[in-house]
Write a protein that binds this ligand. Structure first.
Ligand code: ATP
Length: 236
């Protein structure tokens, strides 16, 4: 459903992506891993047309999204959970969720569906979201994105700033919501083990280029990845 073909993005003289090609199928879970500054966030922003691209193409269902407004892309069923969560702090949990449902016409049962997925949000539905923990806010940010009933959910470092137990919970939720649904997931993460365990395929971005890609399970056992990202020496 998503094809990124030889994509290049620069911020002035800073080259963030240099000829990146990535694909994602219907009901596929793909992760993008890589060090700080590799271009991961830029990639997600480009898929929302939130940054201009200078070269290459991005196609959804075979059609180029070049020139489309970000809200047109959201209406195509593409939802983006940005880095740092960005929930509306002064609004309640339920108000945040209702805002998420405004981009596409969704049926009224959607709120109940999200509460079924995240019972914690139901318990907190009248709370102002600024008073919630980081993990709860992350669940709210994901719940808000799901309100539009997306076909593709893009998550930018959902583990950022969370304690290890909360990271585990957030990954558990992401894995559960992918299972048995028709959703495709594109996950950006610096937590390499968790990302490779959760996803089916993965790409390693380094300095704006795809350095390695393949089956996520095989990549977990790849010596180069273990050495570079999992803190394991060659003899580990
Ligand atoms: P991190 O894991 O630290 O969030 P990342 O892999 O998501 O990093 P990007 O945020 O996409 O990387 O940044 C890629 C490159 O583009 C970096 O060199 C960064 O400094 C640069 N960059 C990102 N945003 C801007 C901007 N608005 N203006 C100028 N340069 C930028």
């Amino acid at each position: 459903m998503l094809e990124i073909d030889n994509l290049s993005v620069a911020y002035g003289s800073v080259r963030a992506l240099a000829g990146v090609s990535i694909s994602l199928g219907v009901n596929e879970f793909v992760s993008i891993i890589g060090p700080n500054g590799a271009g991961k966030t830029t990639l997600l922003k480009a898929i929302c047309n939130a940054v201009p691209w200078q070269g290459g193409d991005i196609r959804i269902d075979g059609k180029s999204i070049r020139g489309l407004a970000p809200w047109d892309i959201a209406r195509m069923g593409i939802a983006h959970v940005p880095e740092g969560r960005r929930v509306f702090g002064q609004m309640t949990v339920e108000e945040n969720l209702l805002v998420g449902g405004m981009t596409r016409r969704v049926n009224k049962g959607r709120l109940d569906d999200v509460y079924t997925l995240f019972p914690r949000l139901l318990a907190l539905r009248k709370r102002r979201s600024v008073t919630m923990s980081g993990g709860e806010q992350q669940m709210l940010a994901i719940g808000r994105a799901l309100m539009s009933k997306p076909r593709l959910l893009m998550l930018d470092e959902p583990s950022m700033g969370l304690a290890p137990l909360l990271v585990e919970q957030v990954f558990h939720h992401i894995t559960e919501l992918f299972k048995g649904s028709e959703l495709s997931v594109l996950l950006i993460e610096q937590r390499v083990t968790e990302a490779l365990e959760a996803s089916q395929r993965s790409y390693v971005l380094e300095q704006g280029r795809v350095a390695i890609s393949g089956d996520a399970g095989a990549m977990l056992n790849n010596a180069d990845i273990q050495k570079a990202y999992l803190g394991m020496g060659a003899d580990a």
